[in-house]
Write a protein that binds this ligand. Structure first.
Ligand SMILES: O=C(O)CCC(=O)C(=O)O
Length: 352
């Protein structure tokens, strides 16, 4: 163990009881010996037990059919979510104006994200403002994340261009982390099989004994894994391993515009590669918290002064901390969702 790691040992130990997930950055989480004795397995199982307990207290807020779908599959798909007139207004509000955005390139895929202030949308995008405050949306996301916290919302465009070099790491089936976390997409265009659809492996959010065995096995060598996302705790899995766990191959989720998808992305999921240049535009949300907390509330983003300005705070933080460190670019001025990428990509690709 290197000196710096030794000095950081108390912090590394405390991280065991948080959502900390990097096997390569934390010598305890990444320890082959501790993981052989079941450290990672214990974290997965304990986090799942806590999530189940917290979800019980959130379950009453969901329609019974949504709860059943989520409990069985780890994902809820709700087509025709908004009335048609509201959806048409929403589309215009999103596509018809510019938004402050951050951009990040992963091989052929550029993610453009415009973080939103839920409290500041009434004037410029009232339908969008209602959607990000819609109790049906919030409660589904909270149930998936197993917390009563406040999700952060953003407009998102995935601009995929198969002609660009490199690999899109999101196209390999993976889990985001070892515990319940929610991601949500409200698609504002149809997403066909060649439009880079999201995919999910139904039922893979559950920590069954087989899944726990797999996780324990994977944890042994994770710190030295050649895929850096895997080494940092977002385990990749291949189709043979999925089959070994009793799962079918992931199927792309082709959807009509006006469909809401909420998933626990501790389940295996990813993005289907686009064979041609595509732009997929959506309202995106995410929510994750320390998985070992017994309580539901007291989330920092639930403080009205902070949560209502979450987008501005995220943009400011990116600017202050530096797009380079976070691998987010800060394009000049606002961007429309469908705009071509701000081509400062070459620089980013070099830095990766
Ligand atoms: O963009 C998508 O469809 C999925 C992205 C993904 O895999 C992720 O956010 O972890």
């Amino acid at each position: 163990m290197r000196l710096l790691q030794l000095l950081k040992l108390p912090l590394s130990a405390a991280q065991v009881f948080t959502g900390g997930k990097s096997f390569v950055d934390n010598p305890l989480l990444g320890s082959r010996r501790l993981n052989a004795r079941g450290l990672h397995r214990w974290r997965c199982a304990a986090a799942a037990r806590m999530a189940a307990w917290r979800r019980k207290r959130l379950a009453g807020r969901l329609e019974a059919a949504d709860r059943r779908a989520f409990d069985s599959d780890g994902i809820v798909v709700k087509p025709d979510f908004l009335p048609a007139e509201d959806f048409a207004r929403l589309r215009e509000e999103i596509l018809g104006q510019s938004w402050q955005t951050l951009e990040m390139r992963q091989g052929p895929a550029l993610t453009r994200r415009g973080p939103l202030d839920p409290g500041g949308l009434a004037g410029r995008a009232p339908t969008l403002g209602r959607l990000v405050n819609d109790a049906r949306v919030l409660n589904l996301i909270r149930y998936a994340a197993a917390t009563d916290g406040q999700p952060v919302f953003a407009l998102q465009a995935i601009v995929a261009d198969a002609g660009k070099p490199g690999d899109d790491p999101q196209t390999i089936p993976h889990q985001d982390t070892f515990h319940a976390v929610a991601k949500a997409w409200f698609f504002i265009q149809d997403v066909g099989p060649e439009d880079g659809p999201f995919f999910y492996v139904p039922g893979s959010h559950r920590q069954t004994p087989d899944r726990l065995n797999w996780a324990q096995q994977a944890s042994l060598a994770a710190a030295g894994h050649s895929n850096r996302y895997h080494a940092r705790g977002s385990f990749r899995i291949d189709n043979a391993e999925l089959a070994g766990l009793g799962f079918a191959e992931p199927t792309p989720l082709t959807v009509r515009a006006n469909t809401l998808v909420v998933a626990d992305t501790c389940g295996f999921h990813g993005r289907t590669p686009s064979p041609r240049p595509t732009v997929r535009v959506e309202l995106y949300a995410s929510l994750r918290r320390n998985p070992f907390l017994p309580w539901l509330g007291l989330h920092v983003w639930s403080l009205p002064l902070l949560g209502s300005r979450a987008g501005s705070i995220e943009l400011l933080a990116s600017r202050v901390l530096g797009g380079y460190r976070l691998r987010w670019l800060w394009p000049l001025g606002g961007r429309k969702a469908m705009d071509a990428p701000a081509e400062r990509d070459a620089w980013l690709m070099k830095e990766k």
